[in-house]
Design a protein around this ligand. Sequence first.
Ligand code: ARG
Ligand code: ZN
Length: 876
Amino acid sequence: MSKDNPRAIHLKDYRVPPFLIDRTELHFELGEKATLVKSRLSMRRNPDSDEGDAALQLHGDTSLVLRRLQLDGKDLSVSDYQRDDESLTIAQLPDNFVLECVTLIKPQENTSLEGLYKSNGMFCTQCEAEGFRKITFYLDRPDVMSVFTTTIVANRQDYPVLLSNGNPVEQGEQEDGRHWCRWDDPFKKPAYLFALVAGKLEQVDDSFTTQSGREVALRLFVEPQNLDKCDHALASLKRSMAWDEQVYGREYDLDIFMIVAVDHFNMGAMENKGLNIFNSSCVLANPATTTDAGFQRIEGIVGHEYFHNWSGNRVTCRDWFQLSLKEGFTVFRDAEFSADMGSRTVKRIEDVSLLRTAQFAEDAGPMAHPVRPASYIEISNFYTLTVYEKGAEVVRMIHTLLGAEQFRKGSDLYFERHDGQAVTTDDFIQAMEDASGIDLGQFRRWYSQAGTPVVEVSDDYDAEQRRYRLKVRQHCPATPESDSKQPFHIPLAVGLLDEQGNDLDLGDGQTTKILHLTEAEQEFVFEGIDSQPLPSLLRGFSAPVKLRYPYSAEQLVFLMAHDSDGFNRWDAGQRLAVDLMQGLISDYQQGRELVLDRSLVEAYTKVLSDRSLDPAMVAKLLLLPSEAYLAELAEVIDPEAIHLVREFVKRELAQALQGLLMDAYRHNRSEGDYQLNADAIARRSLQNAALSYLMTLEQPRILVLAQHQFASADNMTDQLAALSLIAHSGFESERQQALSEFYQQWQQDPLVVNQWLSVQATSPRDDSLTQVKALMAQPLFDLTNPNRVRALIGAFCGQNAVQFHRADGEGYRFLADQVIALDKLNPQIASRLLTPLTRWKRYDSRRQALMRAQLERIMAGELSKDSYEIVSKSLA
Ligand code: ARG
Ligand code: ZN
């Protein structure tokens, strides 16, 4: 970074805004070379501000060309205001005034995909967090809420559809081939929820009748070639609307709800009031092109954005340090929605897997931050697993502490008390406390302290006294913001199993009890216990902590078979496999021969033979801990040992369980007759898990099975699973053939091409970096399309540890090259891509030096705030 280093912004410096904007009238003239933005802001001094006659400081990006500025109808000249890189300042203003502003912007040249930009010929916006300041001068902060009226003028031929927030109120034609449309949003909102779309779009219509009997028009806008991929999103939307009424009593508030799909998008989707904008990969689906996981993901994201209408839009954030107020709560809401739509246990397993690998790794790295960060340089860098996923876990713990009923009272009070306001995470907790009468004082530390607490449990049983005791200790490792941590309030859900595997009654027929850990060390006593029980700890993953208890392999196998808590049954299997694999990793490192302990074979035999189990559960139980999870748990990460050991265990299991795996494959495979329901999805997941084991045997007869599945599949789940197994195998000509057939079949569909790119990027074969570079050189690759970048570069660097961490350091050099190039085009994507390099301290000294050298090389150039923050914090 050559210029002045960017400054950090601190929560403690928060001041209420000195000015407010009551009304915002916007007028856009969309053009092929440039767009003219006229704004008319009705403003006044904020009576709650203590800054007296402060000057007005509007946010505005350097790229804005200011054409005209008027105060109460009179032109201001350059001497009446000051401009710098980020703002425009006007002094000596009256208490009430109207500010009019004309700016010129160039959406065509905007590759940052923030503010107004173009994607495949259509105009669209992304304003969260601070994109609105790239459109016009404004108080671009979430605690300034205004009603908006937006007029869009554009050429009718190319932009027949003109959309913004709220309701369409007027439209008309001009003589020059242009037409216009005016939208009015009656709900006050911050600028980050503003949206505009203009393009040649087709629409699919539907409707929803709310619980109070109002009819809401639902509209999904897509490019014409995507009309056959709309049904699932609309069905998901209707389910979301009904669910939010049933579970939270929240009804939709406008007469129209719109979703637009765009191909160029930095994130998943955006909850703009009445006009959600989605990354096409998070909304478009049909069975031929979309996997089961894809369908489920879309349902969850459609729900997430819809739920934001209350948790985010009606009640929004005071400042960006409060981001988890809306994101943590809304992720919790969408997770519960998905759990209610499908399998609760499977959804929990998936969410916890993500948390324990990616969020725990973030918490242990240089970017670790509390759920409510205390400072940031670039807020875009804080749309993190900590704010979203850990934030959701924190809300889940409140739900656990209060119980469903009190939690609902708390959320009702929160929405009622703060409707139309911009508030803080503390306001949220206060509402929960006030409604339930439960003290969450100590619990608040979850918002201010970073790091993953470690909970160590030991126990003893006194047969004479019939007394069982759990001793629990908690501590939390140091993170950048603080070395010493105060104890957290941790709800630890516990059950006790007797020798038959039945739950003991822990009082009043309760079989799971919540222990409240509030001190560094505590003891919990259970009286009247007739024989030594086996504890089932942290049921349902009741808190985002690392739990340690010295389970023996035998005890874990027992829990896998008997625990009444589905999550813990799965987790027992994970612990068993982790223990064995950690032993094998060190055997490998010491040059010892690898031998797989029988316990895992026995456990998996039971799982595969038990026909009473849900196939989705069996598939989850069979899935070995991921390389990323093993890495997170390692003292020093050895990517090669982790990969080889995991492959070894998989192959050994496949050898020992061939017959059972083949049965599971055949039994669950359905040819033709595609269905998208929980049962069919579960069967496909087990079928493909079995095939994945069998393929490790490298037998031609199994290759034939995979090839047959690839060729005959009537859905993307089966086709892609087969493709990736063949493509990652050692069958050279077959893998090339499958990859090229797949491309031939799907080259017209960009979303499928992305999946094809990812299959190649995640290949553990030694030539994968070469392949990735070759694919980047092809015309289909486009550095300005984040989905392409994520599918190829992101997948290679983030999901192919063994190749990214090649001993020669070429993976690191490659990533640095891409970050340097991308940072000029799209800083948000560049800085996100950096994540794997930031973890350099977790590796051996050779790799550390190689990774560090690349970070330093990046640091030496001119950098965006986004990348500067990540790189400088990583090197600190
Ligand atoms: N609020 C959006 C969501 O979670 C995410 C938008 C993130 N945008 C960004 N530029 N970081 O639904
Ligand atoms: Zn969100």
